[in-house]
Write a protein that binds this ligand. Sequence first.
Ligand code: UFG
Length: 341
Amino acid sequence: MAILVTGGAGYIGCHTCLELLDAGYDVIVIDNFSNSHPESLRRVMEITGKKLTVYSLDLLDKKSLETVFQQNQIEAVIHFAGLKAVGESVLFPLSYYQTNILSTVNLCEMMKRYDVKHFVFSSSATVYGIPEQVPICEKASLRANNPYGRTKRMIEEILRDLFQSDPNWSIALLRYFNPIGAHESGKIGENPKEIPNNLMPYITQVAIGKLQVLSIYGNDYPTRDGTGIRDYIHVVDLAKGHVKALEKMMTTTGVETYNLGTGKGYSVLELVAAFEKVSGLKIPYKIVERRPGDIAASFADVSKAKRELGWVASKGIEEMCRDAWKWQTQNPYGYESRKEQ
Ligand code: UFG
């Protein structure tokens, strides 16, 4: 019996594969490598000393997808595959709806056909949009304000409908806050293809000299220092959360949502300060206009995950910075051995 991980070569996917292998599961990965690199999976095998099976295919290709279900005894699915850039989703909404929603429908159809009904879905705190209050609990209203976030919200609804149609399904909807950091080995980590949109990889690329200066998007938010507050979570803690959710889904039926965060918020300036402390470097920054669509503060109420999954994030902000920096310094060009021209 094996766990199928879609998008398993991506940032959160490969860290989760590693935790699954360490926990003794057989792992099968499907990835189309559109925004990921097979090297991440090779390194997961190197770190764990265990093998996983990799299929290079697209979930929109139903025929190939079916062969994976025919060739393997799949017990449960963790579904990461999908497009994930907020700004890009505003420019190309149709490709987000096509890729994220249709691929999930195909996957669920195949699961239904092969009677695989344990499902863990990679959702996002972005489904909350501008929160009414912080910390955000799972019952908060869903007001995603961009196409990417709406695909996540719609998929959550599709999965609820699926459960309504057949109560034998067990589905966990995991709403991540802001994953950062890397595996402590420094061998796998976040590998943005272009100039990073997210704060942590931007900071590490400034630190290593690939980028000149960090732009901080606004210091006039109603927060303690005026910069945006987020709930940063170490990607290894997040990966462990998936294993906990999977274990729970194997023993129950139903649809449950879980916030995966630390429950603590840090401002942009606080994250910069933590990174400077850990690395011993100064990060040059300038304050610029707010980024459209950004919110002042977002952090999680994590009590449900603690209560029902027995999971809490254990790694603090300095460990997140240390591991992100280790990954960046050991892999200045990510998974490429040298800079692509
Ligand atoms: N920020 C900067 N400069 C940068 C990048 C970010 O000041 O160069 C600030 C942002 O304004 C924000 C904070 O740093 O206050 C975090 O920004 P990120 O882009 O790292 O993360 P977001 O919270 O905007 O979004 C992330 C993911 C989304 C996901 C969301 C979940 O990118 O995909 O978290 O809440 F949906």
